[in-house]
Design a binder for this molecule. Structure first.
Ligand SMILES: [Zn+2]
Length: 450
C-alpha cells in the first residue's frame, strides 16, 4: 500500500476536507458536437467539500468555515477521477512493443508476459505497481484483465482493497488456442470463479467480472459455463473483447460457423447483459450494435490501442445512434499510455479521420460520468453529485511553455464556447505530468513529487 503523505490533508474521522479550484463535471450526457452543452457543470474558483466519510458534501463559492481542512488549488482544474473501462494489468510489461497486429502481438509479446504471473510474488508486485500507475495517471476506477491465474485476480483485488479503489476484475478464462501454461479447463475455471466471487464480489468497492479473454481462446463449453455464471447472479459483470481486428473476426467466423456474427457468439451463451463491457467493437454491424444496446451492454472504446495495433477506426456516432453506451479505455498494453487525456486525443483523431469531430465534452463525459452510468456506478463515482465518493483529481491547466502560452490565450473567457476551447486544449496538451494530486474516497493517494 502506498504511503499517504502525512503533509497532505485527507478526509477521515474528525477531518472534513475542502479543495479549492476550477470544478468541472457533467450532469448528463452532452449532445454530439454541441459545444455550449447544458450537461457541462463548470464552477470556476469553487470549493469542493468532502465529508469525514470521504463523500462529496457539496460545492460552494464562499470559503468554508474553520471546521474544514482547506487545500487551495486556485488556478487548477479539479475533475472526477477517470474510469478506465478496459486495461490489462500484466501488459504494463509489454507496452510499446514493436511491429505486430492483434493475433501476432498476443503470441509474441502478451502471452510470454502473462506466463510470469503464475508466480504469486510476480502477481502481487505487478498488481501494486499497476494500480499505483493508474492513480498516478488520474484513473481512480478501472475494469481490469489480470491473467488466467487465479492468484493474479486475487492480487488485484487485494491491492485495490488496500488503496480503497473501485475495481472490477476476474480471472481470465482461456482453455484453448494459447500456450499450455496459460490454459485452464472448464471445471477448474468454474471452481476458481466461484471461489473468487464468494471472497471478493461486493466486498467494499470490489466487484467480480466473468472474463473470457475473447471467443477464440474459450471452447464452446467454457463460454457456456461463463454464461451460466452470469445468469446465476445478475450482479456480476462480464468483460471480454469483440470485433477488434479483421483477421480476428474471420477466425471467429471459422470457429463458430453457427453464429450470425462475432457478437452473436456471446449472445448465444447469455454473456450480453447490463453489466457487459466489450472492448473495441470496431467491426460490429448495425444489427450487433442494436443487440448490444438492447441488452444494456457497452463498448469500451480503446483508441490508442486501435491506432497502435492498426485495428481500425471505431464508429462512435453509429454507436450513439444505436443507443449503445460508449466508455473510454486505455487498453494498455495494446494502448501506449494509461493517460486518459492521451486516449481522448487519440479518440478525437480517430473521429477526425472519419470526418467527425469529437468534442471535449463527449470525450470527458465518456471517461467519467458516462463510464460510471454504463457500469451502473453513478451513485458512487463519475461526478461531484452529493453523496458520491470523493474520487477526485487535481490537474494543472498547463505545464511547459507551449501549453502555458496556449492556455493563456484561451483562459480568459468563461462563456461556453471559450470554455470548450480551453478544456479541449487541456485535453490535447496534457498528460499525467499535469496531475497534481489524486484522491480516492477523500484520501490523497498520489501527489506529484511525493
Ligand atoms: Zn484488451
Amino acid at each position: 500500500m502506498p504511503d499517504l503523505n502525512p503533509s497532505t490533508p485527507s478526509a477521515g474521522p474528525g477531518r472534513k476536507l475542502a479543495l479549492r479550484g476550477d470544478l468541472l463535471d457533467f450532469t448528463a450526457q452532452p449532445d454530439w458536437g454541441q459545444l455550449d452543452s447544458p450537461a457541462v457543470r463548470f464552477q470556476p474558483d469553487h470549493w469542493l467539500l468532502i465529508d469525514e466519510a470521504g463523500r462529496i458534501a457539496g460545492t460552494q463559492a464562499s470559503e468554508p468555515d474553520a471546521s474544514w481542512q482547506q487545500v487551495d488549488h486556485r488556478g487548477r482544474l479539479i475533475l472526477p477521477g477517470f474510469i478506465d473501462t478496459h486495461v490489462h494489468c500484466p501488459q504494463l510489461d509489454v507496452i510499446a512493443s514493436y511491429g505486430a497486429e492483434l493475433l501476432d502481438w498476443l503470441s509474441r509479446y502478451t502471452f510470454p508476459a502473462e506466463r510470469r504471473y503464475a508466480d504469486p510474488a510476480v502477481a502481487a508486485a505487478g498488481a501494486a505497481r499497476f494500480l499505483d500507475a493508474l492513480l498516478a495517471h488520474g484513473s481512480t476506477s478501472a475494469v481490469v484483465f489480470p491473467t488466467v491465474h487465479k492468484g493474479s485476480a486475487e492480487a488485484l483485488f487485494a491491492a485495490a482493497e488496500a488503496r480503497g479503489m473501485r475495481l472490477i476484475t476476474g480471472k481470465v478464462l482461456m482453455d484453448r488456442h494459447a500456450p499450455p501454461e496459460l490454459l485452464d479447463d472448464v471445471a477448474g475455471a468454474e471452481r476458481d470463479c466461484i471461489d473468487l466471487i464468494q471472497r471478493w464480489h461486493g466486498k467494499g468497492r470490489l466487484a467480480y467480472a466473468v472474463t473470457p479473454r475473447f471467443a477464440p481462446t474459450s471452447s464452446p463449453a467454457q463460454l457456456a459455463m461463463a454464461g451460466a455464471l452470469c445468469r446465476a447472479d445478475a450482479s456480476l459483470y462480464m468483460q471480454t473483447h469483440v470485433a477488434e481486428n479483421r483477421e480476428e473476426v474471420r477466425w471467429v467466423a471459422e470457429l463458430f460457423p453457427e453464429a450470425r456474427s462475432y457478437l452473436d457468439v456471446y449472445e448465444r451463451v447469455g454473456l450480453l447483459h447490463e453489466r457487459a463491457i466489450l472492448a473495441h467493437g470496431i467491426w460490429l454491424d448495425e444489427t450487433d450494435r442494436r443487440l448490444l444496446a438492447a441488452r444494456g451492454g457497452q463498448v469500451a472504446h480503446s483508441p490508442s490501442s486501435n491506432l497502435f495495433l492498426g485495428s481500425g477506426l471505431f464508429d462512435w456516432p453509429a454507436a450513439r445512434a444505436s443507443g449503445l453506451g460508449v466508455s473510454m479505455a486505455s487498453d494498455v498494453g495494446g494502448g501506449t499510455s494509461l493517460s486518459m487525456q492521451r486516449n481522448l486525443l487519440d479518440a478525437y483523431k480517430i473521429q477526425a479521420l472519419s470526418g467527425q469531430r469529437l468534442s471535449a465534452w463527449v470525450a470527458l463525459h465518456a471517461a467519467t460520468r458516462g463510464a460510471a452510468e454504463a457500469l451502473g456506478l453513478q451513485q458512487e463515482v463519475g461526478h461531484f453529485g452529493l453523496g458520491t465518493l470523493a474520487d477526485v483529481c487535481v490537474w494543472d491547466w498547463a505545464r511547459g511553455p507551449v501549453a502555458q502560452a496556449r492556455d493563456e490565450r484561451v483562459a480568459p473567457g468563461h462563456e461556453p464556447q471559450a470554455l470548450h476551447e480551453r478544456v479541449f486544449a487541456w485535453m490535447s496538451l496534457s498528460d499525467e505530468r499535469n496531475l497534481h494530486s489524486c484522491y480516492v474516497a477523500g484520501q490523497c493517494r498520489h501527489q506529484r513529487d511525493s
